[in-house]
Design a protein around this ligand. Sequence first.
Ligand code: SF4
Ligand code: SF4
Length: 310
Amino acid sequence: MDRVRLGKSNISVSKLCFGTLTISPLQKNFSIDKGADLLKSAFDMGVTFFDTAEIYGSYPHLKRAFAGNPDVVISTKCYAYDEQTAKKSLELARQGLGRDVIDIFMLHEQESELTLQGHKKAIDYFLKMKQKGLIRSFGVSTHHVACVDAAAAHAEIEIIHPIYNKRGLGIADGSIEEMRAAIKKAHEAGIGIFAMKPLGGGHMCRTPAEAFDFVLGSSFIDAVAVGIQSEQELADNIEYFSGNREMKFASSTERKIMIHDWCTGCGTCVGACKSGAISVINGKAVVDQSKCVFCGYCGAACKDFVIKVV
Ligand code: SF4
Ligand code: SF4
């Protein structure tokens, strides 16, 4: 597996990043042991880069697999907006992951220059902690072209984790061409880019080679986070990322969303969906499957555990 450097940062990783949303309580809900076993298999097969988030609930799996392993790079993200929430999130990550230093710490789901300004106090705190050596690299994750554009002008942002796939699925404010241009410009400015949702959250799971070729063929993408939920998917993805473009994928990454009938129609989940895929119709949450990227964030927002991505 190729090792790549993320932009001009001092972080080198495997080109394939294991996205742990899939094994988390928001999706497959693997036990800690089962999830840790899959993560360890990935590492044994050459994957050194793992992505998580405070919201995912996969810190315990990563801690079980990799506490004390210096050869693993873990990125995480949170919704902190001031010093207090930033401090809490960083401590949660350090304790939850069992690591003194967080390799990549990002603000989750940033949208534009305005949202970056609105999170300035949190950003300042993370930069202070970077100076203290508790964070190696600071960045943002986003579904927005405007955020990639804005982040490229912020010298303190070293990593961007943007949504990027051939069909432009999940981009909240523009086309794939606009996203492509914004990412390219950010990369040229030295920012490390690791893309998310190359398969559009599962919509392109029937044509994985075509979907991966699009992302891997973009020279301004350093690494790619892929949600993995089985040993077969792991083996398939590693083989493809290692350069065997003739191989046949034996796994299926198909996802679907379940909404249980005890939904009260409160609408809380609607605000959690950046893809505009969920609405409340006749008192029940309804998902437009064509817009949904199966991130599971609506499920995390629902206090009644009504929604599940499976
Ligand atoms: S799924 Fe949950 S959050 Fe969404 S409307 Fe139903 S009860 Fe409310
Ligand atoms: S409906 Fe839920 S799972 Fe689908 S994109 Fe929106 S938040 Fe994500």
